[in-house]
Design a protein around this ligand. Structure first.
Ligand code: AGP
Length: 619
């Protein structure tokens, strides 16, 4: 797939289908796409394809489940339906701004992912034509333009021609689906936001990604930027000179979002880590247990060793994982390596033909990261990815790299994928390293034991986590501190995790930085979460902790040390000892559990915290 920087402002989830019970399929599809946004949801349906009465729609703020309740079976038996789950960009989270958007006579309705950059200009044009807009969205202009085009186009032209004329007037990015009363079919267009067509015995469908197709479709066709089609029960209709997409068999299975014995997906995913870590390591360690063998990169380890530098680009949790990965690369090779927040990537200064830029991402759809990779490519860098979602835009764009094999991650707060990013990054660093075999062997041996270690930690931790959560809830925002690269990055991830699922503002910093300002925040009882693995920075961390304690802080100490440092703890969370380079894996577990516990006790929907989306596809 060709990657176009201008055309990657994806948003939200859309699903459409022509089938015997199309609306039910749309509601089910939206449920599976909800990770893409959950501010509001809506659907539209045509019951009898020849009928030219206004199209029925329903929409609501909130989750797809709220839409299902509002619909209350009213759309059963509809033959054509489209639906949408939204992450607001233009206009607030209101019923009015929720999709679908309809023409004033209700005969056309449309769902859209992306951003129409010239919506203000188009809106003025529509006002001059006598149209009034009822929402604050950039999307609504499209439906009125289509209405105008259909009503004014010369005789003999098809509805697809009117649709294509409208599309030619848009600037920005979109995945669009539209239905028109009196017409059979769904009009679809892709430009910068993903759309996949699926077909099977039940009918033909269109979706933002393949997830909803598992079990419902046997074949899929990925639309390309610039494609505009009419989907009908008899197949795909394209304009004369346009190639139709090619279908391929749909491989794989859909893993249901089912927390099983756990109350939330997030807790389940934290507990998935022994398995997901085994999966990322599997087949990537040599039979003699000495070397890491992470394959999938276009460049060989020998070629990579000759590079001037390796850049990592990522956002949020993936960025903190990338900082740890960069530390590993610097430690195990002589190559310069640096992690960059993707939206701040200074491509011009750090990219050339003699560099490699790796995108690190769970979803593989994060626009900031895709943009950074695009920039890297523009300045001559080789590009690769470490991605969790197979077939994602990032993995297809880079065409090489390694998958994280964490399995689907549904909770918005990333947990198991963070660990797998760090593990895959460590495997990468070891694969390209030329440190002595003995040193490598020791680390690789301990790496193989990690799934068991994590498993035992997950059994033991509960009581201390609960006490720590109560301390934070009673005494206010915690400060996370660590020292020496690995731990200070875990501290950053800890603060992010806590903020996103408990809404408590947190800061994190290397322990040594406290005295340069932030220590002013500490008062009697302030919680400080101190990450202290038994490494060369242990003594320095002790100093930082004493500085906090003497100003009244309460210390939540996360450590694998059984030495005197534990006496500084107000609450001690003991982790299992392992190789110091593997401390991120053992120390992130209590951090994730702590954030979870605080979130749950505050009554936050930890799997779907406010204002967030699993896949952040806008700049
Ligand atoms: C993680 O808990 C966050 N929800 C967020 O920071 C996320 O890691 C970031 O948006 C990057 O997403 P990606 O890994 O899908 O690229």
């Amino acid at each position: 797939m060709k990657y176009n920087r201008q055309l990657l402002e994806l948003m939200c989830g859309i699903f459409g289908c022509i089938a015997d019970d199309a609306a039910a399929m749309v509601l089910e599809g939206l449920r599976k796409l909800e990770y893409r946004g959950y501010d509001s949801a809506g659907l539209a349906a045509i019951f009898s394809p020849g009928d030219s009465s206004p199209i029925e729609t329903e929409k609501t703020t909130g989750y797809v489940s709220e839409l299902v309740s509002k619909v209350n079976g009213r759309f059963d038996g509809a033959k054509i339906s489209i639906g949408h789950t939204r992450w607001a960009t233009h206009g607030g989270v209101t019923d009015q701004n929720a999709h679908p958007h309809s023409s004033n006579d209700g005969n056309i309705t449309i769902v859209h992912n992306g951003i129409i950059e010239n919506s203000a200009e188009l809106s003025n044009r529509l006002n001059n034509l006598g149209y009034s807009l009822s929402s604050e969205t950039d999307t609504e202009v499209i439906v009125h333009l289509l209405d105008h085009e259909i009503k004014t186009q010369p005789d003999g032209l098809l509805i697809l021609d009117a649709f294509c004329t409208v599309i030619s007037k848009l600037r920005g990015s979109w995945a669009l689906a539209a239905i028109v009363s009196g017409h059979e079919g769904i009009l679809v267009s892709r430009s910068g936001a993903p759309l996949v067509i699926g077909r099977g015995e039940a009918g033909i469908s269109v979706s933002s990604d393949v997830l909803p197709f598992y079990g419902a479709c046997s074949e899929v066709a990925y639309m390309n930027d610039g494609d505009n089609f009419l989907l009908t029960t008899n197949g795909i209709v394209a304009q004369d000179d346009v190639e139709k997409p090619t279908f391929e068999a749909l491989e794989g299975v859909y893993d249901e979002e089912d927390p099983g014995i756990f109350p939330h997906m997030m807790l389940k995913e934290i507990h998935d880590q022994p398995t997901s870590l085994s999966n990322v390591l599997s087949g990537r360690i040599s039979a003699d247990g000495v070397n890491a063998e992470l394959s999938g990169f276009d460049l060989s380890p020998a070629e990579i060793r000759k590079l001037e530098r390796i850049n990592l680009v990522a956002c949020g949790t993936a960025y903190y994982a990338s900082e740890i990965i960069s530390s590993y690369i610097r430690k195990f090779t002589c190559i310069r390596s640096e992690a960059f927040i993707a939206s701040e990537f200074p491509a011009k200064s750090v990219c050339s033909q003699n560099t490699l830029t790796i995108g690190v991402s769970q979803s593989g759809e994060t626009k900031d990261t895709l943009d950074a990779l695009f920039e890297a490519k523009k300045y001559g860098s080789n590009v690769s990815s470490l991605c969790n979602v197979i077939g994602s835009t990032m993995s297809r764009m880079t065409g090489n790299g390694a998958y994280l094999h964490a399995g689907p991650e549904f909770a918005v707060a990333s947990t198991k994928v963070f660990s797998n990013m760090v593990a895959a990054g460590l495997l990468f660093a070891l694969t390209i390293s030329d440190i002595p075999n003995l040193e490598k062997k020791k680390l690789v041996q301990d790496l193989r034991k990690l799934p068991n270690i994590i498993s035992s930690q997950l059994i033991d931790a509960d009581e201390a986590i609960e006490q720590a959560a109560n301390l934070i809830l009673e005494n206010g925002p915690p400060i996370f501190i660590g020292r020496g690269g690995l731990s200070s990055y875990i501290a950053k991830e800890g603060a992010l995790k806590m903020m996103e699922i408990s809404y408590i503002p947190c800061i994190s910093l290397p322990g040594g930085e406290l005295k340069h300002g932030p220590i002013a925040l500490i008062t009697q009882g302030s919680p400080v979460v101190a990450l202290v693995p038994s490494d060369s920075k242990l003594n320095l961390m002790e100093t930082s902790i004493r500085e906090c304690k003497s100003r009244g802080a309460k210390i939540i100490l996360i450590t694998d040390s059984e030495g005197p440092i534990s006496e500084l703890a107000d609450i001690l969370i003991q982790t299992t000892q392992t190789h110091p380079d593997l401390s991120p894996f053992t120390h992130i577990i209590p951090i994730q559990l702590l954030a979870y516990q605080v979130g749950v006790e505050k009554g936050v929907n930890v799997d779907r915290p406010r204002n967030l989306a699993k896949s952040v596809t806008v700049v």
